[in-house]
Design a protein around this ligand. Structure first.
Ligand code: ZN
Length: 622
């Protein structure tokens, strides 16, 4: 919506002719106002989606101006020419918008008037001419919060019931479960039931992501959009590659879809309003787009145009979204845990019927278990059901907890929550006892039909089938958060040196020459190690050996080797092993190579993302 505000001594108008058939009823053929704020207004197409928000924002802005210039009387005057070629909203919506604004201004205590909409008019205007007497404003959805909070409130209205499902298949109300052997499950249940999402204290990983030169906030962007330094980028890209490898091995087909979608798309609009995500809006030309919050839409639209036979089901599409966008509330944004732009592997599976959906769900549950165990993360399981579905599938639920080998938190809704009948998530608990979801799979019973997805059955008839949504790992950034937090917890609770999983460590081996004389030999060694798929770097800086060992430990380097005369002569190396809390173990070069190769087997490898010589490296971050 666009406004031109003029503080006037006088406005007079007179109607000459009706201009459009939707013109509003004419109350007065001519009228005049003295000492008033005249608001010329025009409503554009994009206002239609959010009349409530736009009218509120417009009324607030008009009030602001009126208070500044001390105007008590406000007159709204329709003036479509303010759009300068942008697409206008429909006439009826424009009238509706104007009426809403008039009502709001009345509520704010102003005397209001208007010129009729839909007529040719003559007018005379006498502007006061002081510095604030002519202003223009573009009204958008700067406080998009409102529409969205409606959706969130819907979610809150869904009453849920909390239980623990044990390995015998007993569904025990949370308050009756004995948590004495399940401390983390207790923390998780408490967190989930309280549903407090704001973060008062900074979790430790924020300090660590900076200290380890992984990532940092980017003040030049919107909050929750981060910058990544070479070491962080390496870790992130290895995780991205690995999750993609798992998906492809699982027979998913990798695709790529756009990051933004038409707000007006007939299928999407309805879905958008039900989905409680907060959207980034992009205005381009006359059109309004939203940035994707997952790959759902992109993959639906691909699936809709696919020709699929029942014999080919289940059919799985996979995409690593970089990025998915959610305008989370500012108070909820923190470090790598909750972002506004994040990287999420997203897989959608089209299945024939509920039986196949359950089979597939089980397989995807196993795949997620593999992921989280490969990362060495401690996790708690939440499984959420629509009650009716749970009652019919008790055995199925029991099978899941047995596969994981531990009890799970169960949430049960009386009403069907949105479009799914069940889903699970693996959650990690951080040093502040907050929980975050990683892997997740949902059975969706609505969107296949809504978006016209489907397959051809035995008789050649088109059927919709059902959909599964899966993120094998959850947000990649969040996995790094989980590793940092949990490693720190091990240090605090067990005195263990924190370390990255070996395949993710930016440098796996640090070579420390005792003097400059050994630099070249160390360089040759590092190249040899690289050929074996091992990242090694060399601290050639002008520091004492003990200082260099200390610095390597500060960097969480898994293996530290001091290189001197003995080593060059081919004697056994003295290797400081971080995983064993810095214990020094004698091993030959070949033994070290074998150890690392065994531990990183099956994981992707990338070369060192920085110069091998530490003296050549800039320091990242302030
Ligand atoms: Zn999805």
């Amino acid at each position: 919506m666009r406004l031109l505000l003029i503080h006037a001594d006088e406005l007079r108008y007179w109607v000459t002719k009706k201009a459009i058939k939707e013109a509003e009823e004419l109350e007065k053929k001519e009228d005049g106002f003295e000492d008033c704020l005249v608001v010329f207004w025009a409503s554009e197409k994009s206002d239609e989606e959010n009349l409530d928000v736009i009218s509120k924002n417009a009324a607030d802005e008009i009030e602001n101006v009126a208070r500044q210039i001390n105007a008590k009387r406000i007159v709204l005057y329709p003036y479509v020419h303010l759009l300068f070629g942008a697409e206008p909203s429909t006439k009826t919506r424009a009238i509706e918008l104007k009426d809403k604004i008039l009502d709001l201004l009345k509520e704010k205590g102003f005397e209001v008037g208007k010129a009729p909409f839909g007529y040719y008019k003559g007018f005379e205007l006498k502007c006061k001419g002081h510095p604030l007497s002519e202003l223009s404003r573009v009204i958008g959805e700067k406080e998009v919060g409102e529409e969205i909070s409606k959706a969130l409130k819907e979610e809150e209205k869904l009453k849920s019931y909390w239980y623990i499902l044990d390995l015998e298949g007993n569904l025990i109300p949370v308050e009756k479960f004995d948590f004495s052997n399940f401390k983390n499950l207790k923390k998780f249940a408490d967190y989930e039931i309280a549903k407090v999402r704001t973060v008062e204290k900074e979790p430790i990983h924020v300090k660590l992501m900076r200290k380890l030169e992984l990532a940092d906030y980017e003040p030049g962007s919107d909050p929750g959009n981060l910058r990544w330094y070479p070491k962080g980028r390496l870790i992130k890209s290895l995780l991205e590659e690995y999750v993609g490898m798992l998906a492809v091995k699982f027979n998913a087909m990798e695709v790529e879809s756009p990051v933004m979608y038409d707000f007006e798309h007939p299928n999407l609009a309805e879905y958008l309003h039900r989905f409680p995500a907060r959207q980034y809006i992009v205005i381009s030309g006359n059109k309004k787009y939203f940035l994707r919050f997952a790959a759902c839409f992109g993959q639906y639209l691909i699936m809709r145009d696919m020709t699929t036979s029942y014999k080919q089901l289940p059919v799985r599409l996979y995409e690593l979204t970089r990025y998915s966008f959610r305008r989370e509330q500012k108070g909820e944004l923190v470090g790598l845990r909750r972002l506004r732009a994040f990287t999420m592997p997203d897989m959608h599976t089209l299945v024939k019927d509920m039986e196949q959906a359950k089979e597939e769900f089980l397989e995807q549950f196993k795949l997620c278990l593999k992921w989280i165990k490969d990362l060495g993360l401690e996790f708690e399981i939440a499984i959420r059901f629509w009650r009716e579905f749970y009652e019919e599938n008790r055995e199925f639920a029991k099978k899941l907890v047995n596969l994981a080998g531990k009890p799970a938190l169960i949430e049960i809704w009386d009403k069907r929550p949105f479009y799914f009948v069940m889903k699970f998530e693996f959650n990690v608990i951080d040093t502040l006892d907050k929980a975050s979801a990683l892997s997740t799979v949902q059975i969706d019973v609505e969107n296949s039909e809504r978006f016209g997805l489907g397959y051809y059955d035995e008789e050649g008839k088109r059927k919709n089938g059902l959909l599964l949504h899966a993120s094998i790992s959850g947000a990649i950034e969040r996995n790094i958060y989980a590793i940092l937090e949990q490693e720190w917890m091990k240090k605090e609770e067990k005195g263990k040196m924190p370390v990255f999983p070996l395949w993710l460590s930016p440098a796996q081996v640090r070579l420390i020459p005792v003097s400059e004389r050994f630099n070249e030999y160390a360089l040759r060694l590092s190249e040899e190690l690289e050929k074996e798929g091992i990242r090694a770097d060399i601290d050639d800086r002008n520091e004492s050996v003990s200082k260099k060992i200390f610095l390597a430990e500060e960097e969480w380097i898994p293996y530290i080797v001091v290189i001197g005369e003995r080593e060059m002569e081919g004697k056994k190396w003295k290797v400081r092993i971080r995983e064993e809390n810095g214990k020094i173990v004698e091993m030959s070069k070949e033994e070290l190579i074998r150890t690392i190769k065994e531990k990183t087997k099956g994981f992707p490898f990338k070369s060192l993302p920085l110069p091998k010589l530490l003296s050549k490296r800039p320091k990242f971050g302030k």
